[in-house]
Design a binder for this molecule. Structure first.
Ligand code: EPU
Length: 443
């Protein structure tokens, strides 16, 4: 096991570059399945989830050429591909469910294991199921697998999502591209990553209207062609750096993301006392205050405040000069992280969907454990502002979504290293409890 060991007390200063978005690239890789030939993606982040997706596509029969250093992946999709995504991979990464739409529409069958994924709530698949059924597939659950079948192909229809689910929007959108006739999907998610997916699909030959709006109209085509595409910058990683500057009273310039897709986040940071400068193109600067003001945030689908940044809001409020509030409207179990933050001295009380956070003068370093990608990154940032040493275990969660996180933090002035972390066995703990060894010790 590994951990990040952080010596707290530094303000982050400098420039950091942000790669392509995890939550876009994984879906773009799945979209490659829709077309025979070689799809090339650029600005691909060097993260664990991309490797898992490469393996999933490889097992479906695709040839993969992934060059992490160049941020490039080439996916060679043959005429014949498999239709089964194994539990081993889907369990490791919930986003694997996004192959469901492409496989069902291209092959008329998909067997995808039900995901596990992050420990952030129940995250149902009912809208994925209802949407595919409306498109003419039969869907059933069999021995832990989600099985969708449409031997005659899918046909266009009207679907209204109960809630603008990111995953359901993506699966149904991709399924509709090769369906017969027109599919109108109402109340879709409008995240920039979905716009990115629509943009690539349109370049592949898909006929999509309403890109970026709440209603997508997709007219199915016979076939799509493989293209080259640059992945949109990761606004959640960019937001992580922005909050890191705010929490540590630092001064960070973020490159690689258009600040126009982060308006809600940057406005909240201004309320926290940050100075935000946006220039031309994909860059912005965040100058943090001596001590942030407490802020009130409610997470909502885009263009609302992203749920993926809520652990950073809690961290900022924890060191603020007042009483902050966070309402989590998307994932009911995203509070596990709060218990860990409390180990650093944060004062947070939870009532249902609401967290009330009382700012304290200082956090104090302690060992803590990451429960998901964002919680992990937020605990690291809390460690940078805490006094003394903080050790964050569960770094594999952080690796899933953050490219060379410790290296980038060091470049901004943080004292952080990746260390081996020994998990003691029960026998060793018993030994310790006995005073250092069971044999020959007396008290
Ligand atoms: N939901 C249902 N039924 C469905 C679909 C969703 O009840 O059929 C519920 C979920 O249980 C959840 C809510 O709707 O409470 C939101 O789910 P959504 O489908 O929008 O999210 P997702 O596609 O599972 C993606 C991101 C998440 C991000 C959410 C919300 C990927 C791979 N994941 O998940 O990112 O939090 O959208 O923006 O794109 C992360 O990157 O750390 C992460 C968790």
């Amino acid at each position: 096991m590994e951990a990040f060991r952080i010596q707290g007390g530094d303000r982050l200063k400098g420039t950091v570059s942000v790669p392509g978005a995890k939550n876009s690239v994984l879906k773009l890789m799945a979209a490659a399945l829709l077309a025979e030939g070689t799809t090339v993606l650029r600005n691909v982040p060097e993260i664990l989830d991309v490797r898992i997706m490469c393996e999933l596509l490889r097992r479906l029969g695709c040839g993969i050429d992934y060059d992490p250093a160049a941020g490039r992946v080439a996916i060679d999709v043959p005429a014949e591909i498999g239709h089964r995504a194994d539990y081993e991979l889907v369990r490791a990464m919930r986003a694997s469910i996004c192959v469901l739409g492409p496989l069902t529409t291209r092959l008329g069958a998909a067997h995808v294991a039900l995901p596990g994924g992050d420990a952030i709530g129940s995250r149902g698949l009912d809208m994925h199921q209802a949407g595919l059924e409306a498109l003419g597939a039969t869907v059933r659950l069999d021995h832990g697998y989600f099985i969708a079948e449409a031997p005659e192909g899918l046909r266009g229809t009207e679907v209204r999502l109960e809630f603008p689910s990111v995953g359901a929007t993506e699966n149904l959108l991709m399924a509709a591209t090769l369906a017969r006739g027109t599919t109108v999907i109402d109340n879709v998610a409008r995240e920039p990553e979905i716009v990115d997916l629509c943009t690539m699909l349109a370049r592949m030959g898909a006929r999509i209207e309403g890109i970026g709006s709440s209603t997508l109209s997709v007219t199915g085509v016979e076939r799509l062609s493989a293209v080259e595409h640059r992945v949109v910058g990761d606004r959640i990683v960019a937001g992580t750096w922005a909050f890191a500057a705010a929490v540590t009273g630092g001064d960070v310039t973020v490159e690689g993301v258009d600040p126009a897709i982060m308006t809600t986040v940057l406005e909240k940071l201004e309320l926290a006392g940050c100075r935000i400068s946006t220039g031309e193109g994909e860059t912005f600067r965040v100058e943090g205050p001596e001590r942030p003001h407490a802020i009130r945030v409610a997470t909502l689908p885009y263009p609302g405040f992203p749920t993926d940044l809520q652990p950073f809001v809690v961290t900022l409020n924890a060191v603020s000069d007042g009483l902050g509030m966070l309402t989590e409207n998307l994932f009911e179990a995203r509070w596990r992280f709060v218990r860990e933050l409390a180990r650093l001295g944060a004062q947070v009380s939870i009532d249902g969907r609401h967290a009330v956070i009382t700012g304290v003068g200082e956090l104090s370093g302690a060992p803590v454990e990451a429960s998901d990608i964002r919680a992990g990154a937020a605990l690291v940032i809390a460690g940078i502002v805490a006094s003394g040493i903080t050790e964050v275990t569960g770094v594999d969660h952080i690796d899933r979504g953050y490219e060379r996180f410790a290296e980038r933090l060091r470049a901004l002035g943080a004292r952080i290293e990746r260390v081996a972390y020994e998990q003691r066995s029960l026998e060793e703990l018993a030994d310790l409890a006995d005073g250092g060894g069971r044999e020959g010790t007396s008290s």
